[in-house]
Design a protein around this ligand. Structure first.
Ligand SMILES: C[S@@+](CC[C@H](N)C(=O)[O-])C[C@H]1O[C@@H](n2cnc3c(N)ncnc32)[C@H](O)[C@@H]1O
Length: 221
């Protein structure tokens, strides 16, 4: 099974144009194995089949890596590593995948459920990712305004996601919301202080479904 998963992952990475080192690709499969192993204990995902996990979780999250890298490069964070907060990260999607693929980015995965944050801490240790940490908190309680990117996947409507995480976002920062079909109703429901600057379609290898990133930033009102 591992050889099949490895082949599919490699083919997916090629299709996405992601040039990862062998060690990074191996670590992605190690992460998949951790998700499988601890799913029953931590209740991390409803998807149980490893091949389905690869497509629906890993490749789905990997499709957002190049867009993330492009935005960070355009932002040009000066003098320190960029910081990303993944909200409602659950088992670490997409936060752990971002941390694996972007070792120069400091990734915090926040979740309201203690055992999910504990799983992220465990994954950071076992995958040897010094740039990843799990944080047990409700995102609404976070302040500091020091994250360059705040991401989410399968978390909440755009307006709630932005409102609850606004105090954690740097003034120059952007929100990266992973969605299925372009969420027209959610975009229309956004308040004046939040501007959508790009709805970016994603092509997930092996997944016949619509996916997009809704990019947002605070707007002057
Ligand atoms: C549907 S899961 C999505 C998990 C992961 N992002 C994924 O794509 O597989 C939503 C997660 O959000 C967490 N959550 C819900 N409300 C939250 C809040 N206010 N602050 C932080 N996490 C929250 C839940 O505990 C859950 O793990």
């Amino acid at each position: 099974m591992t050889a099949v998963l490895e082949r599919r992952l490699r083919a997916g990475l090629d299709a996405l144009g992601l040039a990862l080192a062998d060690a990074q690709a191996a670590a992605l499969l190690d992460y998949l194995a951790l998700l499988q192993k601890w799913n029953k204990v931590y209740n991390l995902t409803a998807v149980r089949d490893p091949a389905e996990m690869l497509t629906h979780h890993l490749l789905d999250s990997l499709a957002a890596v190049a867009p993330l890298q492009r935005e960070l490069a355009a932002m040009g964070v000066p003098g320190r590593p960029p910081r990303l907060l993944d909200v409602g990260a659950g088992g670490g999607l997409p936060g752990v995948v971002f941390a694996l693929c972007c070792p120069g980015v400091e990734v915090t995965c926040v979740d309201a459920v203690a055992k999910k944050a504990a799983f992220i801490q465990q994954a950071a240790a076992s995958l040897r990712l010094p740039n990843l940490r799990g944080l047990h908190a409700r995102v609404e309680s976070l302040t500091g305004g020091d994250h360059d990117v705040v991401s989410s996947r399968a978390f909440a409507a755009l307006a709630d996601f932005a409102a609850w995480s606004r105090a954690a976002l740097a003034p120059h920062g952007v929100w990266l919301a992973m969605k299925g079909r372009r969420p027209m109703d959610e975009i229309a429901a956004l308040p004046a202080g939040i501007a959508v600057f790009h709805v970016e379609p994603l092509q997930v290898p092996g997944l016949d479904a619509e996916r997009c990133i809704v990019w947002m930033r605070p707007a002057l009102t």
